[in-house]
Design a protein around this ligand. Structure first.
Ligand SMILES: Nc1nc2c(c(=O)[nH]1)N[C@H]1C(S)=C(S)[C@@H](COP(=O)(O)OP(=O)(O)OC[C@H]3O[C@@H](n4cnc5c(=O)[nH]c(N)nc54)[C@H](O)[C@@H]3O)O[C@H]1N2
Ligand SMILES: Nc1nc2c(c(=O)[nH]1)N[C@H]1C(S)=C(S)[C@@H](COP(=O)(O)OP(=O)(O)OC[C@H]3O[C@@H](n4cnc5c(=O)[nH]c(N)nc54)[C@H](O)[C@@H]3O)O[C@H]1N2
Ligand code: SF4
Ligand SMILES: [Mo]
Length: 740
């Protein structure tokens, strides 16, 4: 059907309805489209799955396909990836630079956009920034973007005006695991050789439920090969449905479970002695470690987790004796910045993997193998480090976080509203939504206080609604580039992003936007073109001299090399005497707990707020940025609060009934859904909904934002917790539920 329809479109359809074999049909099908084939890289989530797109002129003429040679995605795309075409064709897209005419800002306020030229927009921003710099100093301008390439640009622009404030959101996403892994096992990594694991212990890890195909395929294959899977999760999830054992653990108590496992493994001498001696600092701190863990017996953990001591003891023994085994956490599960004790759990999980020899080893957590990929600041000298070192998010007060250049969203509102440590007057924000902040209403108040906000986005998001100038960026279909892909990089494999369609309307690439703005701020640091930068990046990989040459070399859109050699990278890292930090010397040196002692999470149920809040995200959406995509909106237009049927009955709540979910900090109104797979003392809300921008015609008004239930914090509150990571504890609240 598709063949006939698309063929007719091209005037290539067979003349008569002669029967053709399936094989011949496939051949003609491929041939018909080969001239229109473009190799792309999905840009919806960080996995960067390689794909094949077929275009005629500027139009996609066929559904997308995964690139079958992609070792990470294994030739598949998830629902989000498949629907990505509609990103480019979203009629709501930002099409031209625009200027606000309504000085009032806030929820439900029409910005009164008028179209302006790129020159006008860039001049306006540069003039405003220069003016603010003159009057208040460069630190009064803040720059925000996701880590990676876009953060590199923001850092360059920030330095161009002398601002130390380039901020990302990792305190709300993954900072606990990133920082703890950085200081205990040298490289933050989420790569795992699941296929070869024989015992998989998931601390909330639930990638199949996210549609994360780079992990899901390997997980399922391990399962098919007979791996035992144990899942700790207060909720029955798709991963739990594949598990041999599902432990419906009490939220925030996984740390006690993990500590008791460590206790058993050390006391019963079940650890991998050779590995532990060669690669970890266990021998140097054996006394400290043994006396620390002695108190954390399975019986002690039972009283906290409500999991029988015998079960913990058995799982610890199985985990240590079934080889290879691995303990998993991803980003926002209990070891992510979800709870105040998450960073400790993150450390305990590193220790578990180290004790069984599962770091950089077969079937374990693996350091990514990738081609080197240099960013703009590594290729072109950036402006000097600003003289002002205090930062508006306060991260300069966290000595282990500060050098990592990751930011804190949860303290930003207080910093701006209280002029602490100094007044901030302007912001340049790329690809962040206000809905992603804890306590979004407060950050809106803070942004309203600024004199000037420029937003780079692709759709009229809530952040764009607060802007004075909006700059429309090109989507990942409209730009070219390369992706070295660290996500599940067991083998180095670089993916090429060809320009699939020409930029629509007046959208521009991020590189172009930043260079043009930079030329107006500090021209000597922006004296190159996006194409020159890309060619330098390609040269840096050692694979080719230019992007065009690389495209020619890589006949299938990918360049691969090498096989995974276990321990190779760990040996290289530790050859100079560096050891995996079971006892973290860096934590000790800065006054943090060097071994993860037990600490309960911040909030536990009370009579007034009887439910733990669990936060997750649906398989078919990527936070709030895909909710305006028609296919995905059709599958999942809104979020519900999941509640156990017995609790729902007690509260008189039916499916699809409107309810309030309320914490000490705020309340949201959404529909309820009864779910027998959730603990009775928990409710769960998915993130990404509750859009109030009327210019998002599909997403507007559907569902609610869990962020309204989550408090922001002051830097002093954060410092008082003695958590080196700056985590935002994004789901450490308890709630009540009642009919609306
Ligand atoms: N489809 C999709 N995939 C995504 C994203 C997306 O938006 N959509 N976002 C990407 C991003 S940026 C991130 S950060 C990740 C985040 O996503 P993940 O790191 O995969 O985290 P989630 O599964 O969303 O949510 C947390 C899980 O932990 C469980 N959990 C909560 N509390 C506890 C507890 O105390 N103990 C245990 N054992 N389990 C608990 C919850 O029930 C839930 O299953 O996903 C990435 N992948
Ligand atoms: N309450 C609550 N808050 C959370 C979370 C939660 O679970 N609950 N999760 C946290 C986590 S894990 C994460 S990763 C963050 C995600 O936080 P965000 O990154 O803010 O999440 P998105 O909703 O995906 O919004 C991204 C914005 O970037 C825009 N965008 C998309 N593609 C492009 C592009 O190519 N260029 C530009 N310029 N813009 C683009 C989108 O239109 C959207 O406006 O949220 C965090 N905040
Ligand atoms: S997992 Fe899905 S959304 Fe993420 S890169 Fe792959 S196809 Fe795209
Ligand atoms: Mo995230």
């Amino acid at each position: 059907m598709k063949l006939a329809a698309s063929g007719l479109l091209l005037g290539l359809a067979p003349k008569a309805l002669e029967p053709i074999s399936a094989e011949a049909g496939n051949y003609y099908y491929e041939k018909m489209f080969s001239s229109s084939l473009r190799y792309g890289v999905c840009g919806i989530c960080g996995s960067s799955c390689a794909l094949k797109a077929y275009v005629e002129g500027d139009y996609f003429i066929r559904d997308l396909e995964g690139n079958p040679d992609d070792l990470q995605s294994q030739g598949k795309l998830c629902a989000k990836g498949n629907a990505g075409i509609q990103y480019a064709y979203d009629p709501d897209r930002l099409k031209y630079p625009m200027k606000r005419t309504n000085p009032e800002k806030g929820i439900d306020v029409d910005p009164g956009w008028v179209r302006i030229t790129w020159d006008e927009a860039l001049d306006l921003i540069a003039n405003k920034f220069n003016e603010i710099k003159e009057t208040y100093g460069g630190q009064a301008i803040i720059f925000m973007a996701h880590p990676g390439e876009s953060m590199a640009w923001m850092m360059r622009l920030a330095r161009a005006v002398g601002s130390p404030n380039y901020i990302n959101h990792l305190d709300t996403c993954v900072i606990t695991n990133v920082l703890v892994r950085k200081y205990t096992m040298f490289i933050p990594t989420f790569c795992c050789d699941l296929e070869n694991s024989r015992y998989i212990l998931c601390f909330g890890w639930d990638q199949p439920a996210k549609g994360k195909i780079v992990y899901s395929h390997r997980f399922i294959r391990a399962k098919d090969e007979g791996a035992k899977v144990v899942v700790l999760n207060p909720m029955y999830t798709p991963t739990a449905s594949k598990a041999d054992e599902w432990i419906s653990i009490k939220p925030g108590t996984d740390l006690a479970f993990a500590l008791a496992m460590i206790n058993v493994i050390i006391n019963d001498n079940l650890y991998d002695e050779e590995y532990v001696t060669s690669y970890t600092n266990f021998p140097a701190y054996e006394n400290e470690i043994r006396s620390w863990v002695a108190q954390y017996t399975p019986e002690w953990a039972e009283s906290i987790t409500e999991v029988p001591a015998e079960t913990i003891r058995r799982i610890a023994t199985e985990f240590a004796t079934t080889k290879p085994s691995v303990a998993l956490t991803h980003k926002r599960d209990p070891a992510g910045p979800s709870y105040t004790n998450s960073w400790r759990l993150s450390h305990a999980i590193v220790i578990l993997n180290a004790l069984v020899g599962s770091i950089d080893n077969t079937g374990g957590i693996v350091y990514p193998r990738t081609f080197p990929m240099r960013n703009v600041n590594q290729l072109y000298q950036p402006p000097p480090t600003p003289t002002v070192t205090e930062k508006i998010d306060g991260k300069d007060k966290l000595p282990l976080l500060n050098p990592l250049n990751h930011g804190i969203f949860s303290t930003l509102a207080n910093g701006i509203l209280n002029d602490q440590p100094y007044p901030v007057k302007a912001a340049l924000i790329r690809g962040y939504n206000v809905l992603s902040f804890p306590n979004p209403n407060k950050i809106i108040e803070a942004f309203k206080k600024l004199e000037f906000i420029a937003v780079i986005d692709i759709i009229p998001s809530e952040m764009a609604m607060l802007a004075d100038v909006v700059l429309p960026e090109a989507t990942y279909w409209e730009v070219k580039g390369i992706s070295s892909r660290t996500y599940n990089g067991l083998h180095p494999q670089l993916a090429i992003r060809e320009q699939v369609i020409k930029p629509m309307y007046e959208v521009r690439s991020l590189g172009w936007i930043c260079i043009e703005l930079g030329k107006r701020l500090a021209p000597e640091y922006f004296d190159f073109t996006p194409d020159e930068l890309l060619n330098e990046q390609v040269r840096g990989t050692g694979l080719a001299n230019s992007f065009e040459e690389l495209v020619q070399k890589a006949t299938n859109g990918l360049v691969s090399s090498g096989e995974f050699v276990p321990l190779e990278k760990l040996q290289a890292l530790t050859s100079g005497g560096l050891k995996i930090q079971i006892y973290c010397e860096n934590f000790a040196a800065h006054g943090y707990d060097p071994l993860p002692s037990w600490e309960p999470k911040r909030e536990t149920p009370t009579l007034e707020y009887p439910y733990y809040l669990l936060v997750t995200r649906p398989a078919v959406h990527r936070h709030g940025k895909t909710t305006n995509i028609p296919w995905l909106h059709e599958i999942c237009p809104e979020n519900h609060v999941l509640i156990h049927p017995d609790e729902a009955a007690r509260l008189g709540i039916e499916d699809d009934e409107w309810v309030y979910v309320e914490s000490r900090y705020g309340r949201i109104k959404l529909k309820a859904l009864r779910y027998a797979g959730i603990r009775r003392d928990c409710v769960c809300v998915a993130h990404g909904f509750g859009h109030w921008s009327r210019q998002l015609s599909l997403a507007y008004g559907w569902g609610a934002n869990d962020g309204d239930l989550i408090p922001d914090q002051t830097i002093d509150e954060l410092l008082a917790r003695k958590d080196p990571t700056g985590a935002a504890p994004m789901s450490d609240v308890c709630v009540k539920v009642y009919r609306a």
